[in-house]
Write a protein that binds this ligand. Structure first.
Ligand code: SAH
Length: 213
């Protein structure tokens, strides 16, 4: 199977799985996932699976990337905060649909690799930071959209505070039974509307920045 036909198969799977927003589908189509996976997983770059990326982390499953991106309802004037850059794959897709993406990763080696990919792909509207995402990015707040690609038990209040009124935050949330759900918060004038979307499986959101190895 050629890369092109694997890609078409994947896009069909995403559509069947509920990704129907054509802007999201074309952002996925235009983002070469093979550049975000490790050499030894190249043949699986267009399979609908999460794959290991080093530092014990994973590049998210394409269907989940599609559904989360769709849930964000992005507009091309928006400023987005992403917690958990990982491979940078989700970041690259956000960068195609929003004005500017701020992304935070706690593992420096992963962030360095992701930054090299952004340069290679000429994605110049991404700003990245090696830090603890629990703190968000107060200097750049408020954000129109916030996405977490690692799962906390509760959405940190610091992040909700950095969401603009009318803004949307999407995050996988873990519960005491080890289950995770994708949750969508919409900020209203007074409060937040909270909607639970579907079951997911993400690596945990961990505090602090690991020591450089
Ligand atoms: N969207 C990424 C998913 C990577 S997995 C991709 O598709 O490649 C989630 C990432 O969140 C991991 O790289 C992990 O190191 C990072 N992470 C976990 N807790 C974090 C925190 N507190 N701050 C920043 N990044 C964090």
């Amino acid at each position: 199977m050629t890369v092109a036909s694997r890609k078409i198969r994947l896009l069909m799977e995403l559509r069947a799985g509920g990704v129907i927003d054509t802007r999201v589908l074309s952002a996925i189509e235009l983002t070469p996932r093979e550049q975000f996976v490790e050499q030894n997983f190249l043949d699986q770059a267009y399979d609908n699976n999460a794959l290991p990326i080093g530092c014990g982390q994973t590049i998210s499953q394409p269907l989940v990337v599609g559904l989360m991106t769709q849930a964000l309802q992005l507009g091309d004037r928006m400023k987005v905060l992403e917690i958990g850059t990982g491979s940078g794959y989700q970041t690259a897709i956000l960068a195609k649909l929003a004005r500017r993406v701020y992304t935070i990763e706690r593992h420096r080696p992963l962030l360095k690799q992701a930054e090299a990919r952004f340069l290679e792909l000429r994605l110049h509207n991404i700003t990245s930071l090696c830090a603890d995402g629990f703190k968000g990015w107060p200097e750049q707040a408020p954000f129109d959209r916030i996405i977490l690609t690692a799962a906390p038990f509760d959405v940190p209040k610091t992040l909700l505070d950095q969401l603009d009124v009318g803004g949307i935050l999407v995050a996988p949330l873990g519960d005491e039974n080890g289950e995770q759900h994708l949750v969508k918060y919409t900020r209203t004038e007074q409060d937040f509307e909270i909607e639970s979307l579907f079951g997911v499986r993400f690596v945990p959101l961990l505090p602090g920045v690991p020591d450089a190895k």
